[in-house]
Design a protein around this ligand. Structure first.
Ligand SMILES: Nc1ncnc2c1ncn2[C@@H]1O[C@H](COP(=O)(O)OP(=O)(O)OP(=O)(O)O)[C@@H](O)[C@H]1O
Ligand SMILES: [Mg+2]
Length: 470
């Protein structure tokens, strides 16, 4: 049955809510959206819970009206502003030599346990980027493999507790429950990356209204993320000051005349701040220099950040720029020069069924990425903000808690959990198979091999099993 999902990108300039239906085959169809101007959000962070909550509510109400669905669980973006990432490693022994979801969860949980998470931070994503099985490195997917030892390297993305709690409050005050929290740049990357780019390594930069965030994605995971509190609004502010014109006019100049490639010698007349009587005649050359200076500086800082990651050499496919600022003419060419000739392209969000024209724009990469995340396009294995292990195997989700608690917890669905105890099969499996007790995964396989069903009630099976012991 189709599932209805709701994604909300809480940006510095706009809040976008999108509702979609996910069909059984995984295809996503957008059914409604609402976009409102952000209030109570600055540089990606909630600065006024009440105002932010009102904007969220309005965007969601608009989306619900179009979709005709009253969904109240939302997957939301969290700004990179107070996010950090750190690497950690986990190693576990595999007693039964068979790697199932339980072992993958255990090794990732160990890596999380080994990490030194500062007190004031909370984990939002644990993303494995290298599985090692026995001595074999870079295993794509360890699931189902036979090994006595498994190791994992993970990238843990954390955010300041206060930022997360304010976001949660604003969303809850809007009458919604959160069913997913995704780092802003992670969501944008999901929406714009192509298959080959993921494989070869890519750097995705989302340049929005007040923020720019950068991630490096290599193999099947994010390896690095960074943040710069500069966005397109800074260009508007610079223009307003340099041209002595109101912000609203400066914004129009930026959008209509902003061009990093060509310098126009034309002049335009602009209103003057605080003087409704007079107008100034301004040469567009000045506007060009102001815009160029700001964007050049931002891109140079981002390029330095990429150097700092020490991953530049591993990025085989280049840079993808997305977010509202990347609609500025000539930004691709300028970025290419600043990033030492690396290939650069502008990233539009992946097109989904039923997607409105308005959403086919780099400003909406994050919200589309949130839908993709919720629909299952997250990293192959991932521990999310609620400590749930997300994966694509037959067991849907399992809760991971404290490492010490881990083995005690009921994690698998009931019938699988029952299979975990050693049991007396109470029958002859035939075809030379001699086995009295077996474990979780083997049992299913052997029954299938023998083509027989388990017989007897649980009590008689227990008595039989007890008899085996004496
Ligand atoms: N052609 C253009 N040239 C430059 N900037 C533009 C252009 N078109 C739109 N913008 C800017 O894009 C910004 C909005 O982008 P976006 O929607 O990605 O931001 P956001 O997600 O709300 O903010 P953030 O990601 O920083 O929290 C606005 O500041 C707007 O002025
Ligand atoms: Mg944004």
């Amino acid at each position: 049955m189709a599932e209805t999902i709701l994604a909300i990108d809480i940006g510095s300039t706009k809040i976008a809510a999108v509702i979609a239906e996910v069909a059984d085959d995984g295809s996503i169809t957008v059914t409604g959206h609402g976009v409102v101007r952000s209030q109570g959000v600055k540089k990606g962070i909630i600065t006024n819970i009440e105002l932010a909550s009102k904007s969220i509510k309005k965007a969601v109400t608009d989306a619900r009206r179009i979709a005709g669905k009253n969904i109240s669980n939302a997957t939301v973006s969290i700004s990179n502003a107070y996010a950090r990432s750190l690497n950690s490693t986990g190693i576990v022994n595999i007693p039964h030599q068979d790697i199932s979801i339980k072992e993958i969860k255990r090794v990732m949980d160990t890596a999380l346990y080994n990490a030194n998470i500062p007190n004031e931070f909370e984990v939002i994503h644990v993303l494995p980027y290298n599985f090692k099985v026995d001595e074999q490195d870079f295993i794509e997917d360890p699931y189902g493999m036979n090994a006595s030892r498994m190791e994992v390297d993970v990238n843990i993305i954390i955010t300041q507790k206060s930022a997360l709690s304010n976001l949660t409050k604003a969303v809850r005050s809007a009458g919604l429950e959160i069913d997913g929290i995704v780092l802003n740049s992670y969501a944008s990357a999901l929406a714009v990356m192509g298959e080959d780019e993921r494989e070869l390594g890519v750097c995705v930069i989302d340049m929005g209204g007040q923020t720019s965030s950068l991630i490096v994605h290599i193999g099947n995971s994010i390896r690095y993320n960074d943040f710069l509190a500069v966005g397109s609004n800074h260009i508007t502010n610079d223009l307003s000051m340099a041209l002595h014109t109101p912000l609203e006019t400066a914004e129009k100049v930026k959008i209509r005349h902003g061009n990093l490639l060509e310098k126009s010698s034309e002049s335009i007349e602009l209103p003057v701040i605080g003087d409704s009587e007079n107008r100034n005649t301004i040469s567009l050359e000045i506007a060009h220099s102001v815009i160029l200076a700001r964007v050049e500086e931002a891109l140079m800082i981002l390029s330095k950040s990429l150097d700092k990651s020490a991953l530049r050499e591993q990025i085989g496919s280049g840079i993808v720029l997305t977010g509202g600022l990347t609609k500025l003419k000539g930004i691709r060419e300028l970025a290419q020069a600043i990033f030492h000739g690396m290939p650069v392209r502008i990233g539009y969000p992946r097109e989904l069924g039923g997607m409105y024209e308005e959403l086919k724009d780099p400003s909406f990469s994050t919200v589309i990425g949130l839908l993709l995340y919720k629909a299952g396009e997250h990293t192959q294995y991932e521990i999310d903000h609620s400590k749930t292990l997300l994966h694509h195997k037959e067991i849907q989700t399992t809760n991971v808690t404290d490492i010490a608690e881990f083995d005690k917890k009921e994690t698998a669905p009931k019938e699988l959990k029952q299979k975990r105890e050693p049991i007396d099969l109470g029958l002859d499996l035939g075809e030379g198979i001699q086995q009295n007790t077996l474990d979780l995964d083997q049992e299913g396989d052997l029954f299938a091999a023998a083509g027989k069903k388990r017989e007897g009630n649980p009590f008689s099976r227990f008595v039989n099993w007890a008899k085996q012991l004496f």
